[in-house]
Design a protein around this ligand. Structure first.
Ligand code: NAD
Length: 331
């Protein structure tokens, strides 16, 4: 049995990932380590809570003693670090919690994993680790900053974060890289574009638009609403993460994208039309500070090296997501 520590597994992507792994990888037991902040929801794990290979521990990735306790209790050999503060608007209001969790928390996770996995040193003094261990950092395309109308981010694009959120994620990524270069800790980093799908927190763009449309409230868009994001269905992201965990080459970064560039205003209109409501519900408000204009991801490396492709049709995925939120509201 492989023992996988998933941090932030009660959030949107982490909870979808846990369901994916328990279903597709029968050799893996999962410990979900989550602080259950306002963004974490135990109900996201309802479908797996009684699974024999699922364990839940409530705790903080920035608390070294708590993290050590988890490594003492379970024979963890792999970590997928989803846990993070994730909402850009909150990062503009209160950057410090983002630094604590996304930077300090990542460093604590790396340090504890390194201590528990190290079994000796090689002739040059570099640490040697238990066979098969890996630390996978879940990151974002936002670390690359913003694009004009053309081009896309590759893994070689410069890191130019523009918000406190993306700056904190970039800092986390750089620490993961440093643990690989300095201590030879086996790591990968994945950088994904915007996810959508069931269980996403209502503060995020697509759920917020769906819920406002359902309640006949204004769908507020920052500025002209023509900001472009590359959307990926969360299930496609989960599949890519597990592939990188299993087969990713040591120390490599892999971009993950959905090949679905859409303007925010286009998505708001699609959601309204799926509910047979008028575009007049759309309202433009003052633009967000430091708002990135366009993201687009080039995932050729992951596709060429590991054979991954995004599969989910955007329109089908969006319809299903709308239906999921409608069903939740009726419960
Ligand atoms: P989310 O906000 O839905 O979930 C975050 C989870 O982390 C929550 O369950 C929360 O309780 C937990 N958490 C927060 N602080 C913690 C701490 N100090 N210790 C332990 N747990 C803590 O986030 P998400 O959208 O599922 O994103 C997960 C990861 O994927 C993040 O690292 C994010 O940067 C990255 N990412 C997200 C997207 C996206 O579109 N949502 C895209 C690319 C990358």
């Amino acid at each position: 049995m492989k023992w996988l520590l998933v941090t932030g597994g009660s959030g949107f992507i982490g909870s979808n990932y846990i369901e994916y792994v328990l279903e597709h990888d029968k050799d893996t037991a999962i410990i979900n380590y989550d602080l259950l902040t306002y963004a974490g929801n135990k109900a996201n794990s309802k479908s797996v809570e009684n699974h024999e290979r699922y364990f839940f521990v409530q705790g903080d990735i920035a608390n070294k003693n708590q993290v050590r306790q988890v490594f003492e209790t379970y024979p963890i050999d792999r970590v997928v670090n989803f846990a993070a503060e994730t909402h850009v608007d909150n990062s503009i209001e209160n950057p410090s919690t983002f630094i604590r969790t996304n930077v300090l928390g990542t460093q604590v996770m790396l340090e504890v994993a390194q201590n528990y996995w190290m079994i000796g040193r090689d002739a040059l003094g570099y640490p040697v680790y238990k066979e098969g261990v890996k630390f996978l950092q879940i990151s974002t395309d936002e670390v690359y900053g913003t694009l004009e109308d053309n081009g896309s981010f590759t893994e070689a694009s410069p890191l130019e974060p523009n918000s406190p959120y993306s700056a904190s994620k970039t800092s986390g990524d750089l620490l993961v890289r440093a643990y690989n270069k300095t201590y030879h800790l086996p790591v990968n980093i994945t950088r994904c574009s915007n996810n959508y799908g069931p269980k996403q927190h209502s503060e995020k763009f697509i759920p917020a638009m769906i819920l406002k449309a359902l309640n006949n409230q204004s769908l507020t868009l920052y500025g002209d609403g023509k900001q472009v994001r590359d959307w990926i269905y969360v299930g496609d992201h989960c599949k890519a993460i597990h592939l990188v965990l299993e087969k990713g080459k040591d120390g490599e970064v892999y971009n993950i994208g959905g090949d679905q560039e859409r303007q925010n205003i286009e998505i708001a209109k699609l959601i309204l039309s799926s509910m047979k409501k008028e575009d007049s519900l759309i309202e433009h408000i003052k633009d967000r500070l430091g708002h990135d204009r366009r993201y687009a991801i080039n995932h050729q490396k992951l596709t060429n090296d590991l054979g991954w492709q995004p599969n989910y049709d955007f329109y089908k995925g969006l319809e299903e997501t709308v239906s999921w939120y409608i069903a939740q509201k009726q419960k």
